[in-house]
Ligand binder design. Structure first.
Ligand SMILES: [Ca+2]
Ligand SMILES: [Ca+2]
Length: 340
């Protein structure tokens, strides 16, 4: 036995220290574990690196799980957990899965992990639904990079699958996806990234022009090059024209201001969630205002209309936007909207 956590709202910060053993569990979350954080811990050996049962709303982050012999991270009947930034390395090809979401494990968010060895990098099985696996790298697995069995509405996108064979895919279940819409798209597959392997990118959009057939499904937008990870979008806001849109607008004192949101990294579903203004100026434009999906290096424009009281000749304004990064993690610019 390694470490068993039986209380809620506990943080275990390993601070880089190592626990070593060969028993069942390196770290075990039990008794309806809630709000537990396990981070910066090196778990060496054990059959299960981290094991959770009825464990919800926990964070397993930035740990190193090495030489586990059955599963790196195994959760069953466990929801809303964040599993991020872990390095998960199997003892050998006879170990099973790097991450295993088992029976009734739903709404887990798995990002930025580096998983290698074992039979499968990720397995989602037995009515485990609505989990997201994005921004991870899976390499050198014996059977599959990722496989979904009899589970529904899971999304596996924006990951790197390097030397993972190609029986990834699914069997049974509904609504599972190996790609979402551009600019995020699907996954990078090292066995489908060049013309000789069937991946041509004639239109230069960074996605293979033909989908990749997987077991029981497809990656609709396989990526030509590996992804670098999630990447907060790092949005910027530029101001364009300031003008009365029409004579009726002028008479009603409705002022239009053009803006453009730019980003060096992919930003999904960017939208304006709040606008603050001084000097009694109020907002005409309804919120939230959808900006759209921004590819990395791109920008999109939008217009905000203000109601300017008589006699006001200048005012300051702050536009608050939100977006998701390529892994679906929230991002706020320039900060959290404090409310009207
Ligand atoms: Ca290749
Ligand atoms: Ca293409």
């Amino acid at each position: 036995m390694g470490i068993r956590i039986q209380s809620n709202n506990v943080t275990l910060d390993g601070n880089g220290h190592t626990i070593t053993g060969s028993a069942y569990y390196g770290v075990q979350l039990r008794t309806s574990g809630l709000g537990i954080t396990v981070k910066n811990l090196h778990v060496e050996g054990y059959q299960y690196g981290v094991y959770g049962q009825y464990a919800n709303n926990n964070r397993i982050m930035d740990n190193t799980l090495s030489n586990w012999t059955i599963y790196g991270i195994f959760v069953t009947s466990s929801d809303y957990n964040t599993i991020s930034g872990n390095t998960i390395t199997a003892a050998g090809t006879e170990a099973y899965n790097g991450i295993f979401l088992h029976t009734n494990s739903d709404f887990n968010h798995i990002t930025g992990n580096d998983i290698s060895g074992g039979m499968k990098g990720l397995a989602i099985q037995f009515n485990a639904n609505r989990n997201v696996f994005a921004g991870n790298t899976v390499r050198d697995t014996y059977i599959a990079g990722a496989f979904i069995l009899n589970s529904s509405y899971n999304s596996i996108h924006y990951d790197n699958f390097i030397n993972t064979g190609n029986p990834s895919g699914l069997s049974g279940g509904l609504g599972n996806m190996y790609s979402i819409s551009a600019p995020v798209g699907g996954n990078y597959w090292s066995n489908y990234d060049e013309a000789a392997e069937g991946c041509a990118d004639g239109n230069g959009d960074g996605f293979c022009d033909a989908p990749l057939a997987l077991n029981g499904t497809q990656d609709q937008l396989p990526r030509v090059a590996p992804v670098a990870g999630c990447g907060k979008p790092g949005m910027t806001l530029g101001r364009g024209g300031v003008y009365w849109g029409s004579y009726p607008d002028y008479e009603a004192r409705v002022l239009s201001v053009d803006y453009a949101v730019g980003t060096p990294a992919i930003a999904m579903y960017a939208e304006v969630v709040g606008v603050a203004a001084t000097n009694g100026v109020s907002l005409v434009t309804g919120l939230p205002l959808e900006v759209g999906n921004l590819p990395g290096g791109g920008s999109l424009g939008f217009t905000v209309q203000y109601l300017v009281p008589p006699g006001v000749v200048s005012f300051n304004t702050t536009v608050y936007t939100t977006a998701e990064d390529a892994c679906g993690l929230p991002y706020e610019y320039p900060s959290h909207y404090p409310g009207p």
